[in-house]
Design a protein around this ligand. Structure first.
Ligand code: PMP
Length: 357
């Protein structure tokens, strides 16, 4: 007879991230990283912190970082909760605020695949709400559910992997009509053209917004993410963090993140270029016969009626280009393509035109 723990361990169902290949000469359009290096000011700040601060423990409260981000977003410091990437902040959110006995949390059936993983790990009951036929998130469908059976709702805006965004006004209606629910908006991709809900933080006690420096600030390797909310709600995350007795972010991450928020022109220049490239790539893909969902993110979600997505993925790989495919039946005909540099996207189009011609 096998030990109890050996069967139990097999029930733990981890998140499987996109491939990080060892081969370095691939065009990597599979995990929504930025194609640009971080701002030179960020690299300087990290170098400086390495020389001056690395022998010291980091601040347990990340106070300099919280102050800088609060200033940037016109929030107060106690409305900012940093962590090691927004995946870690999400873990704190699920543990701290989503484990209500006898109630469910809601999220779309097609969304960031980490949400169901956290639910299973932390024993959180959840219900999926199907996307509309056009793949948009329809908040009326959430409002149609019996409110007393629900404790929280979470969705990315723009959604992943569709890239489609909904307006702030619509989310505000949900906040007004369901003040008893926690409404969590995961804004990992918000800087590429969607409307942020951060300006609503002061108004709504039930709103929590998550952001990351991994995408629009080119810092996926540094691992810095945030939750923004009123302090009463953030207290749930703070208590979870305190239980782990861990520092939110290390000294190099703190120095780099502060510098990233200070270099606004680099941020604007790089996000603008990604948005322009996204629009050009979308047009070129449509010209090759692809359906391209309207994206406000740094990736596009595409399908071709005559070509199998898994086969396209394999063909692109043989052209040294990595993209992402998901097995969920409703989106199995789609590929998610991260926006690279203009040159990378031109190479992608050249390869695809050979493959689908
Ligand atoms: N939310 C969404 C919707 C994402 O796609 C990702 C990136 N995989 C994250 C959060 C996590 O980003 P990070 O941990 O790098 O901050």
């Amino acid at each position: 007879m096998s030990a109890y723990w050996s069967d139990f361990v097999k029930t733990l169902d981890p998140y499987v991230p996109g491939e990080q290949p060892k081969q370095t000469d691939l065009i990597k359009l599979n995990t929504n990283e930025s194609p640009f290096a971080p701002s030179p000011a960020v690299l300087d700040a990290i170098r400086q912190a390495t020389a001056d601060q690395l022998r010291l423990y980091p601040s347990p409260e990340s106070d300099r970082l919280r102050a800088a981000v609060a200033r940037y977003y016109d929030l107060s410091e106690d409305q900012v909760f940093p962590g090691n990437g927004s995946d870690e902040v999400l873990a704190h959110l699920f543990l701290g605020l989503f484990r209500h006995q006898g109630k469910q949390i809601l999220f779309p059936d097609i969304t960031y695949s980490f949400y169901p993983v956290y639910c299973r790990l932390y024993d959180i009951d959840y219900q999926n709400v199907a996307l509309a036929d056009d793949f948009s998130i329809r908040l009326q469908d959430y409002l149609a559910l019996p409110p007393e059976t629900v404790s929280a709702v979470i969705f990315p805006n723009p959604n992943a992997p569709t890239g489609m965004a909904i307006g702030r006004d619509e989310i505000e209606q949900l906040l007004i009509q369901r003040p008893q629910w926690v409404v969590a908006v995961d804004e990992a991709y918000v800087d590429f053209g969607a409307q942020s809900c951060v300006p609503l933080i002061k108004k709504y006690k039930n709103l929590v917004v998550l952001q990351t420096l991994s995408k629009s600030r080119s810092l996926a390797g540094l691992r810095v993410g945030f939750a923004f909310a009123q302090p009463e709600l953030l207290e749930g995350l703070v208590r979870v963090k305190n239980s782990f007795n861990s520092y939110p972010v290390d000294r190099l991450a703190e120095a780099g993140a502060i510098a990233a928020f200070e270099d606004q022109s680099y941020f604007e220049q790089t996000t603008r270029e990604i948005v322009q490239t996204r629009e050009q790539l979308s047009e070129a893909m449509r010209a090759l016969g692809f359906t391209v969902l309207p994206s406000k993110a740094n990736f596009i979600f595409v399908s071709h009626s005559q070509y199998d997505a898994a086969q396209l993925l394999a063909s692109l790989r043989s052209h040294a280009i990595l993209v992402r495919h998901f097995r969920h039946p409703r989106i199995a005909s789609f590929l998610r393509v991260t926006i690279g540099t203009k040159k990378q996207c031109e190479t992608l189009i050249k390869s695809l035109s050979e493959i689908v011609s």
